[in-house]
Design a protein around this ligand. Structure first.
Ligand code: SAM
Length: 487
């Protein structure tokens, strides 16, 4: 290790920056976050520096050339003239006075380096590469930024606040340590991170009482054991890049993952390797874990104290049996949160560049499932056809012939166009167009088997947009539009 990482106290420090241009300004931006007194020396200053320092009374400008004595009494010196000769003069003067110096962007001339920082005050993560590869530091910073909760600092502040309470109420040091571990991992942490003060207070009390009970009685029967939590997370339509930052973080924190068939397995790479994985794939028409069993699994794991992530395809609130899973958690008093995901219709619309609403024309879009509980085509499909308003059908491919038949019997106009997006957002996504009357034949001929969204009433032409050039259709009637690939 050529450079030893330390954190320097700044409240009583005086820091010197030499230079009046962009390089000096970059250092000032960093230093302005500290409590140090800062002096900047340069024969002239860029306007950007002059306007930047207005908000910082602790930054003083000396408009003149550097003098050797300027380094006296300073804790740190940044040579930021961007001029090798001038910066060497500053570095020599600092070393002669035993003051640590950084010659910006010249690691070989530096006594200290400024690391890349991930800030969650009072928590700061410093990343150093000894000046070898700033790009690597940038990558690590991005990774940490993505994974550390934005308000992690609140947790640190709360830790300071509750330290005395814990000391007073739990004498035994080892017992206190156990409580600290649970507070920093469990319900207390989650409540603080979501800004829920009353929830945090309750969780703190529950942990203290559970520990006191355990210490007094040696009771291991877990009746007072704090419950875990459940996060019902939308994993999006399949492409891992559509996962939200929050979903990503909760995945990493989960002890148990309860996973849907439609959730892309690549997404599980973001979870902890040692997390328990329970697959509850539901596949239309095939026997699989029933919803009731899924509810029981979620509740059982959370009651056992685990942080459970229930990963669901798309958005959990859209045809995702969210109500049942929420109700099961609420019934057992389990802390539950819902993390939205990108729903299939949104992903499909984005992918084929076909907006779901259109100013002045389409003021609403309806998401509907064509199949009812008993696998019968729902009457609302007919209702929606009558309104002429656009809609997106989920779970419609398998029962397409029934949908068409129902519409036919209701006297609907079967020349309307249907745009079908199969496996939206996946590498193997496909797009098709058909008239309603040719829908069944199109699905059969083009072998559409993956999950798909059917858009009815949305038209590129009406919106003055170019159609997606991947659109495939079969030539069975006169509805095939120009500039589309005909199979
Ligand atoms: C049980 S629903 C779940 C919907 C999910 N909660 C959502 O918001 O997208 C399953 C249906 O969603 C649609 N679906 C899911 N993933 C899809 C994808 N990647 N591309 C197209 N449609 C998809 C299909 O209509 C599929 O039959």
């Amino acid at each position: 290790m050529k450079f030893f990482p330390i954190f320097v106290e700044t409240k009583s420090a005086h820091v010197l920056v030499t230079g009046g241009g962009e390089t000096a300004l970059q250092k000032l931006r960093l230093l302005s976050k500290t409590e140090a007194t800062i002096t900047v020396v340069a024969p002239e200053f860029d306007d950007d520096i002059l306007s930047f320092i207005k908000d910082f009374p602790n930054i003083n400008l000396l408009e003149r050339s550097f003098e050797t004595d300027d380094v006296q009494g300073k804790r740190l010196v940044y040579a930021a003239h961007d001029d090798e000769v001038l910066d060497t003069v500053v570095a020599d003067a600092a070393r002669a006075a035993s003051v640590l110096v950084n010659v910006v962007d010249t690691p070989t001339q530096c006594d200290f380096l400024t690391p890349s920082l991930v800030e969650r005050a009072p928590i700061t993560v410093a990343i150093g590469t000894e000046g070898t590869a700033p790009m690597i530091a940038r990558d690590i910073k991005a990774l940490l930024d993505k994974n550390l909760p934005a308000n992690l600092g609140d947790l640190a502040r709360q830790a300071i606040r509750i330290r005395e309470t814990l000391k007073k109420r739990i004498d035994d040091g080892r017992a206190r340590l156990r409580v600290w571990e649970r507070l920093m991992q469990g319900a207390f942490r989650r409540a603080v991170l979501r800004g829920d003060q009353p929830g945090a207070a309750l969780a703190l009390e529950a942990e203290i009482l559970a520990e006191l009970d355990h210490s007094a009685t040696g009771n291991e029967d877990d009746s007072n054991k704090p419950k875990g939590s459940v996060a019902l997370i939308g994993a999006g339509p399949g492409n891992p890049e559509y996962l939200t930052l929050k979903a990503h973080r909760l995945l990493q924190e989960a002890d148990v993952l309860v996973v849907d068939r439609l959730a892309n397995p690549d997404i599980l790479d973001y979870a902890r390797r040692d997390a328990k994985r329970i697959y509850v794939g539901k596949q239309a028409g095939k026997p699989s874990t029933s919803q009731e069993e899924i509810n029981q699994i979620i509740v059982r794991e959370a009651m056992d104290g685990s942080r459970v992530v229930r990963l669901k395809g798309g958005d959990p609130s859209i045809f995702g049996r969210l109500q049942e899973e929420l109700a099961a958690c609420q019934l057992f008093g389990i802390e539950v949160e819902v993390v939205p995901g990108i729903s299939a219709a949104q992903a499909a619309s984005a992918s084929i560049k076909l907006p779901l609403t259109f100013r002045g024309e389409h003021r609403s879009i309806t998401l509907l499932t064509a199949a009812t509980k008993d696998q019968v085509v729902a009457a609302d499909v007919v209702e929606f056809m009558k309104t002429g308003r656009p809609f997106a059908i989920y779970m419609g491919v398998r029962i397409a012939s029934e949908i068409v038949e129902t519409l036919k019997q209701a006297g609907a106009d079967l020349t309307s166009e249907v745009i079908i997006v199969e496996n939206a957002s996946h590498d193997h996504e496909r797009v098709f167009s058909s008239s309603l009357q040719d829908l069944t034949l199109t699905i059969k001929t083009l072998s559409i088997k993956g999950p798909a969204i059917l858009f009815v009433g949305l038209s590129y032409e009406d919106m003055g947009l170019s159609a997606d050039n991947r659109i495939q259709s079969i030539e069975v009637s006169n509805v095939v539009s120009l500039n589309r690939k005909v199979i």
